[in-house]
Structure formats: structure tokens, C-alpha cells
Write a protein of this length. Sequence first.
Length: 238
Amino acid sequence: MPFSRALVPVAPTGPDALTSAMAGIGMKFAATPAQDPNIEDTLLFGSLEAMENHDLRVLALLVTWFGVHAPWVNADRLTKIVAAQDSPRVRALWSALARWQGRDRRFARLARIYGAERIDLLAVGTDFQVRRHSEDPRFETSPLRVPANVLRDRAADVEQPAELSCHHHAYRCRVMIGPTYRADMWAAVEDDPTLSATALAHKTYGSFATAWRVRRDFAILAGAESRQRRFRSRRGAE
């Protein structure tokens, strides 16, 4: 059977699961963090909750998180899964966030994902709030119009890279390798060396070819480490 690459994630079952996933990628909610949730899946479903259900607390943490951790987001995958969404509000949000991070050219396609008229974040009162407080500078000239007093922006609301690297395995591998499918695959195969190339690709949304190479390289290093241990053991016995 030919390999069929996964793309669109399955939504978490219930708000508690989403909150745990967001806590698992370093957003400081009062919830038990999920273990190593997929970063782009969590960002997507967090943005759906924020924009479609008008949850400004989720949106505030998501925007602050993105400002800190954007360099380690897999921009290719995030662009693809946002492009699959029908919600204009979600697409406008991610276009705005990508423009905010415009110095990172990896987000150039995401910045162009929404090209219609500007959308007001608030259902009512945006004109009044903008006249009174001006616009949030992170969203100025973007597809999303956000008054400056609406979204709290505190660095203490999210974990910093060194903190998140301590408990999120894939994030730590992204820091070492880069924000790629390969980094996620390396973390997954370290967690479970029995994963086949097909299972590894499906688990991380990557290609079979990349998964096969990661399996090969992991086996090479595992063999090298085994030989080193035997060599050190012989040296110690002499």
C-alpha cells in the first residue's frame, strides 16, 4: 500500500484537553500539561478557540507565546494546516502574526494567507476602543484590528525557551536541529525506537523519505554508542 502523508490534525476531545495541550507547550494555564503535544496542532486549535469562540485569554497567551517561540515553529506545517481552515478570522489572525514576525522569511507564505478586508477582533466597540487606546502595535496595518488595551502581553505568562526545552522533547530537538519534521521525528524515535518509518512519518506528519533517513541515522548512532560502550568496558577491564 502506498504511503499517504497525514496533514490535518484531529481536534482534541474537549476544552480540558486543549488547555492541557497549550500548557504542554508552555502557556501558563492552571491545568496539568500534556506530555509533548504537537506544537502546530496546539497552535491551530488554540487559534480556533480564540477566534471562533472569542476567548481573549487564550488569544492573549497565544500571541505572547508566538512572540517568544516563533523561531522554533515549523512554519511549513503551520502554513499548510491554517490554509486548510475555512474560518476567515483564523486565517486573518495567522496572517497578522506572520506579518508581525516578518523578519523571519519562513512565514512569508503564511502572511499572504488572508487578503480580504480587515477584521475587527471585537464584535462591538472596536472603533471606540481604537480611538481611545489606539491599536495594538503587534497588529498595526495587519488584517486584524485589535485595540491596544484588549490583549495582555506579559512574558511571565509563557515559559521561555530554556524552560520549555526542559520538558518538551520535540521542542528541545528543534532547538538543536532546527524547526523541522526531522527534529520531531528524532524526538519521537528517541522516545520509541521501535517505531517503523511509516509510523514515525504518520506520528510527526512528515514524509516517508525523511522518516526512513531518521531511522537509518538513529540506527547508525545507536550502533556507534554500543561499540563505544564495549570499547570503554574492555579498556576498563585491562
